[in-house]
Structures are given as structure tokens and as C-alpha cells.
Design a protein around this ligand. Structure first.
Ligand code: ZN
Ligand code: ZN
Length: 468
């Protein structure tokens, strides 16, 4: 068994891969400082000026060529190093979430009252990908082989669909493989799907009047919202089981004695297949039109975002998994273990045990009910998946516990695991043309013949002020 493992390690650690791992370790302090700075900036979608600039600064210092403000988004960028094919790309997210500001302590305590926080770990996402591309670039230079490594600075993942505009602008057209990752409460390279997701704000306009003295003169915009919601709720019985439809009423009137002149409802519609989603979407729009007709109001809607479902790529993910097994999971020191135990006490019931952060989850296809703008990228370019234990096992994304560990050693250790795995897989792709071809063949087979990309959000411009 030991002989077999040694053989496996020798086979895997070809072309200077131990140097790649050592290079990540050697510069871990620098990349941790980048993550920490972005964690402190905690900038919201499309407003990530300092976070984006910091990543670009490190890329420029490492000799990357940078195109800034791409796809009409000031904080989006494409940085590249090297020449020729294959073109291997990583993604760097860096937007925070509103209302989730949190100190790096094991109890709820905002850093800034009602401020933003990195509850999805995008500061680690950005800095970990930065580490991987810089180390891969150093390898390209050392080995003197052809190949281009890119980092896409992708703003506003949280509801802003930043990547979709970048895909729509053709920025991914010449990429051979995308190595995607995301902070998680476990180590996994399982290929996963997500739900396609389209959203819009439906706005109704009626006639205001005194609700008691002259109700017959009014036309309630809130009635229209309620009628729409009722129709959509009836519709739930007649949609595919795996659809998800949810809404919030964002404007419902000012006072009960005024018939609401204006009301707004914000809808998300999700389905596992981006090709089926538009049929569901059209029915929701019909319900809105019917509601306006029946209540004597006017309706218009604005599409806010739209993400394709994520296509898995087993060929690429399998290779990521092999590297993840070699690199291994996250090992806490005594302080980190004590911190993790305190966090665990706040989590409630969870099936994932403390200690599992050191293990690698089995390789198995996974269906997530979430959505991401990586979906659109995955229909254009073979895209792998990776999650590393940047959070204490059992922690949910978008929680204060995720922010807390993201600001201390636990988050950084998970990020370093990801950086090593990503750098190793990137280097593999430069040395293994068969893997690049297999990943491409799988993409073509999965998306089917005659695929033509049409973004779910249509031709709208990036909503640069959606978090203002
Ligand atoms: Zn998120
Ligand atoms: Zn996220």
C-alpha cells in the first residue's frame, strides 16, 4: 500500500509540482494580508473599488497585463500572464453582503453597525485565486512552456450577475478551462449543478385617494401586487416539481388611509435548466399583466439579474479532486480549534462533525438549489468546482459565523488549501493537452448541438447602483 501511494505521488507530482505547493506556502503571508484587507473593506456589489484595485496591484507587480473596467463595469478586470494556448482562467470574486458586518469573534458583534460583511467568503475567493494565478505564472516562466494564465476580477456575484455581463461581452470566448472555487464548510471537488435564476421587479401604478371617503375613485397598486401573487401561488401546482419561485413585496403603500398609488414586488424564478426557465418566466409575467388588467392599474417590470444553471465538468473536477486529496484538508492549531468549538456552540444541529475540516469529501455529483453567475461561464467554458473548509464544519454561507472565521486563521488556512489545489490543476492543464480536450468534449456533449448563448437578463446594462 505504501509502495502504491508513493508511486501515485510520484506520478502526480510531475513537472515541478512540489515547487508549486512550496511557492504558495512561501507567499501565504502576502496573500493572507490581501484577504484580510478585502475582509475589512467589505465592499458591496459593483462598489468594490478598493478590493478590485488591491488585487490588480498584486497582479501588476507579478508581471500580469491588466485590462480594467471591462464589460462596462468599473471594478471588473481581466489580468493575464504568458503567451499562447491553452488559456486557463480563474475567477476572483470580492463583493460583500449588506447587514452582515461582524468582528472575528465567536459571538454576534458587528464591526460596523448595519455594515456589510464577507459572509460568503468572497475576500478569500479573490485572494486565493490571486495566489494560484501568481504561482502558476511563476511556473510558466520557470518551465518556459506555452500557455496563458488569466484572472477574471468578477464583481457583484451577490445578485448583480457581474460575470454574465463579462460572458455577454465575449471575454471568455477564447478560454480553454475555468478553475472555479468557493469557500465552504468542507473540502470537496464534487462536480455540482446550480439552478438557473431570473429576477425582476414588477411595478404597478394605480390611483391614490382617501381610502374611506372616496375609495371608488382609487385603483390600488397593492391590490395588483396581491392579485399577481395569488395567481403565481396558484400556478405553483402546475409547474415542474423542481422549480422555485419566491417574492418579497418591496413597496406596498405608505398608510392604510391612502389607496396605494405605487407598489412593487420582487420575484426570483428558478429551475435546473436555463432552457426551460423562460417558459416559467413568461407565465409569471402573464400573471402580472392579468393582475394589472383586473385591478385597473399599469404594470412594467425591470429584469434585475439572470444566471444560467451551472454545468458540471467531471473531467476537470476529477483532476481537481486528485490534487485536493494530495494537498489534504485544513489542520487547526489549538487556538483555532478552541475558536471552532465556540462557533460550533452557536450553530445548532449539524451533521458535519468537527474534525471533518481535515478530511476530503467523497467525489460524487451534487445538485445545489442555489444559483451563481458562474453558471453562464460554465456554458461557455469547461468549469470545475472546488470547495475548501474556510468555515467551521456546519457553518452556513451568509451567516455571521462565516464572516467571523473569514477574518482569522481558519479562513486563511482554507484559502491556502484552495490556492494550492488550483495552482496544481492549472499547471496540469498546461502540461496535459488530453485533459483540455476531454473537458471541452464534455462541455459540448452536455450543452447539446446548436447551442447559442442568450443571457437570461437580456440586453440590460449592469445595474451598477443596485447596492447604493
Ligand atoms: Zn453568497
Ligand atoms: Zn458566494
Amino acid at each position: 500500500m505504501i509502495g502504491f501511494l508513493a508511486l501515485l505521488l510520484c506520478a502526480g507530482m510531475a513537472h515541478g509540482e512540489e515547487d508549486v505547493v512550496a511557492a504558495v506556502d512561501a507567499r501565504a503571508g502576502e496573500f493572507a494580508a490581501v484577504a484580510q484587507a478585502i475582509w475589512e473593506h467589505a465592499e458591496l456589489g459593483y462598489l468594490e473599488e478598493r478590493s478590485s484595485a488591491l488585487l490588480q496591484e498584486h497582479l501588476a507587480a507579478a508581471g500580469f497585463r491588466i485590462e480594467r473596467g471591462v464589460a462596462g463595469i468599473p471594478t471588473a478586470f481581466v489580468a493575464e500572464y504568458g503567451q499562447g494556448e491553452p488559456v486557463v482562467a480563474l475567477l476572483a470574486e470580492f463583493d460583500a453582503l449588506p447587514g452582515l458586518s461582524q468582528q472575528a469573534v465567536a459571538y454576534r458583534a458587528p464591526r460596523v453597525a448595519e455594515g456589510a460583511g464577507h459572509a460568503c467568503g468572497h475576500h478569500l475567493f479573490g485572494a486565493g485565486s490571486l495566489a494560484a494565478v501568481i504561482v502558476a505564472a511563476e511556473w510558466l516562466q520557470r518551465e518556459g512552456v506555452a500557455g496563458t494564465i488569466r484572472l477574471y476580477g468578477t464583481p457583484a456575484e451577490e445578485g448583480g450577475s457581474g460575470k454574465v455581463y463579462m460572458v455577454r461581452a465575449g471575454l471568455f470566448d477564447d478560454v480553454d478551462a475555468v478553475l472555479n472555487w468557493h469557500p465552504a464548510d468542507r473540502n470537496t471537488a464534487s462536480p455540482r449543478t446550480t439552478l438557473a435564476n431570473k429576477s425582476a421587479k414588477f411595478r404597478f401604478r394605480g390611483v391614490a385617494t382617501h381610502a374611506a371617503m372616496a375609495p371608488e375613485r382609487g385603483r390600488s397598486a397593492l391590490d395588483a401586487v396581491e392579485a399577481m401573487n395569488h395567481m403565481v401561488n396558484l400556478m405553483r401546482e402546475h409547474v415542474p416539481q423542481d422549480a422555485r419561485i419566491h417574492y418579497v413585496i418591496t413597496r406596498g403603500g405608505a398608510a392604510p388611509n391612502i389607496v396605494p398609488e405605487f407598489a412593487e414586488v420582487f420575484y426570483y424564478v428558478r429551475h435546473p435548466d436555463a432552457n426551460i426557465l423562460p417558459e416559467l418566466w413568461d407565465r409569471v409575467v402573464k400573471a402580472a399583466e392579468g393582475a394589472a388588467l383586473g385591478t385597473g392599474t399599469r404594470m412594467e417590470y425591470e429584469v434585475i439579474h439572470g444566471n444560467y444553471n451551472k454545468l458540471p465538468n467531471t473531467a476537470l473536477s476529477q483532476r481537481v479532486y486528485e490534487h485536493l486529496q494530495r494537498v489534504g484538508g485544513v489542520i487547526y492549531n489549538d487556538d483555532e480549534r478552541a475558536f471552532a468549538e465556540e462557533i460550533r456552540a452557536t450553530l445548532g444541529r449539524t451533521r458535519l462533525a468537527l474534525g471533518s475540516e481535515a478530511e476530503i469529501q467523497p467525489f460524487a455529483a451534487k445538485d445545489s438549489k442555489g444559483s451563481t453567475d458562474v453558471g453562464d461561464v460554465s456554458w461557455m467554458v469547461p468549469t470545475s468546482d472546488l470547495g475548501t473548509a474556510t468555515w467551521v464544519p456546519g457553518t452556513a454561507a451568509h451567516s455571521w459565523q462565516a464572516v467571523a472565521v473569514g477574518g482569522m486563521g481558519i479562513g486563511i488556512k482554507g484559502m491556502v488549501v484552495a490556492a494550492k489545489v488550483l495552482a496544481l490543476t492549472a499547471v496540469d492543464l498546461f502540461a496535459d493537452a488530453a485533459l483540455v480536450a476531454a473537458a471541452r468534449a464534455e462541455l459540448e456533449q452536455r450543452r447539446g448541438e446548436g447551442f447559442a448563448y442568450a443571457p437570461l437578463l437580456g440586453d440590460r446594462e449592469p445595474p451598477l447602483d443596485y447596492r447604493k
